[in-house]
Design a protein around this ligand. Structure first.
Ligand SMILES: Cc1ncc(COP(=O)(O)O)c(C=O)c1O
Length: 399
């Protein structure tokens, strides 16, 4: 067996299942799960209908590279959304469809990391989406965790990274808007990271799958390609972004996303993917084209999140140290007792599940940046979110 498999950590939900063992939540209260970041707003009907009406395509093998129409639709969306220089993205070379960002974030490290170099490092935020860590380990690299602390606005302190670490870095994962904190990396920081990538010869993989869930219609989160384009790097060299329809369009079951950016990197990624065998099914491609072409359903989606955050924060404000995220659909709250104790008590007494922050992060510097925090995904319908928030306040009152 591949001995690197032993290095993989149990997934946060596995740890959560164990934490809840032996609890006996009150049967009179329905269970509410705020733990999983799975959208529960309905998938737009036009997406479902497009899947169904394209099932005749099953008799053909789809291209790993995806249909040209899908790649065009993606380039148009990226150019519109991130105000990229017109014509700077070419559908032939700068984009690849992927079956959700999860598989792509994982496979990407297998493509770009050279395990034969001395001390290969993959840098990532901490807390983080656990795929980055597993991808680094199975690519033969060492993950380096960059703590996201309150003092640095819940973002990594990139200035604190030493020169040798940058030199050994082969891949930097960014997550903006960040799961779980909702922090958005400012354009200035992105531009500085691109400079560092050039100086030290590494690649930036920017996970932007929450970029469409934000609160201020006039100020959508900046993306890595946008920052690159604005500094004149309109070949997007060393920059690759990861986007998804899972959160934007409430379609996690469609497994549809894309990667875009540096064409030389994508050429190698396509090579890897051809062997990996991960072409997107044709009916999913057809539905994805329509989804990337439509913004109306995304605006409605955002409105639903905006309403939920306003109401829930109003209930929780006095009781928990929590602030509105810059974007995304998670609340990242500080707990009055340890995060695991809080999560267990909340389940045991109120039948509400949240994710302890320490399960999403590692103690790299003798501290776990997720400890004493919980992550709550406001994905359930409004009435369930309100109910959950009220039960959380009841638990806090009981302490
Ligand atoms: C930060 C982050 N990246 C990527 C993903 C994967 O999303 P998908 O594979 O559905 O695009 C998730 C899913 O929850 C996530 O939270």
């Amino acid at each position: 067996m591949n001995s690197d498999l032993q290095k993989l950590q149990p997934y946060p939900f596995e740890k959560l299942r164990q934490l809840k063992q032996g609890c006996e939540p009150p049967a009179a209260l329905d269970h509410i799960a705020l733990s999983i970041g799975e959208p529960r707003h309905p998938t737009p009907a036009f997406i479902t209908e497009a899947v169904l009406s394209h099932l005749h395509g099953l008799s053909a093998y789809p291209l790993t590279k995806g249909a040209p129409e899908l790649r065009e639709a993606i380039c148009d969306w990226l150019t519109r959304r991130f105000r990229l220089p017109e014509g700077s993205l070419d559908a032939e070379h700068h984009v690849l469809p992927v079956n959700g960002t999860r598989e792509a974030l994982f496979a990407f490290a297998q493509t770009v990391v050279d395990r034969n170099q001395t001390n290969p490092l993959v840098l990532m935020p901490n807390p983080f989406y656990q795929i980055y860590e597993g991808a680094a380990l199975l690519a033969g690299a060492r993950p380096v965790f960059l703590d996201c602390m309150e003092e640095t606005n819940l973002m990594p302190d990139f200035d604190a990274v030493d020169e040798q670490t940058w030199k050994d870095c082969q891949l930097l994962y960014l997550c903006s808007p960040h799961n779980p904190t909702g922090a958005v990396i400012p354009e200035k920081t992105l531009a500085r990271l691109i400079e560092l990538a050039h100086k030290h010869d590494f690649i930036i993989a920017a996970d932007e799958c929450y970029s469409e869930i934000y609160f201020d219609e006039a100020h959508p989160p900046t993306g890595l390609l946008q920052a690159a384009g604005n500094t004149g790097n309109d070949s997007y060299s060393r920059c690759v972004v990861f986007h998804s329809l899972s959160k934007r369009s409430n379609a996690p079951g469609l497994r549809s996303g894309f990667v875009a950016g540096d064409k030389e990197v994508l050429e190698q990624f396509l090579r890897y993917r051809t062997y990996h065998g991960c072409a997107m099914p044709p009916h999913h491609q057809a539905a994805s084209i329509l989804a990337w072409q439509d913004e109306k359903h995304v605006e409605e989606n955002r409105r639903a999140y905006q309403e939920k955050f306003a109401v829930v924060l109003d209930i929780l404000d006095d009781k928990l140290r929590v602030r509105k995220p810059q974007a995304g659909f998670y609340l990242w709250a500080q707990t009055p007792v340890s995060d695991t104790e809080f999560a267990r008590a909340l389940y045991d007494q109120q039948n509400v599940t949240v994710l302890p922050g320490s399960y999403l992060s590692r103690s790299a510097l003798g501290r776990n940046p997720g400890s004493n925090h919980i992550r709550m995904a406001l994905v359930a319908p409004m009435d369930e979110c309100i109910d959950a928030a009220n039960r959380i306040t009841q638990l806090i009152d009981s302490f």
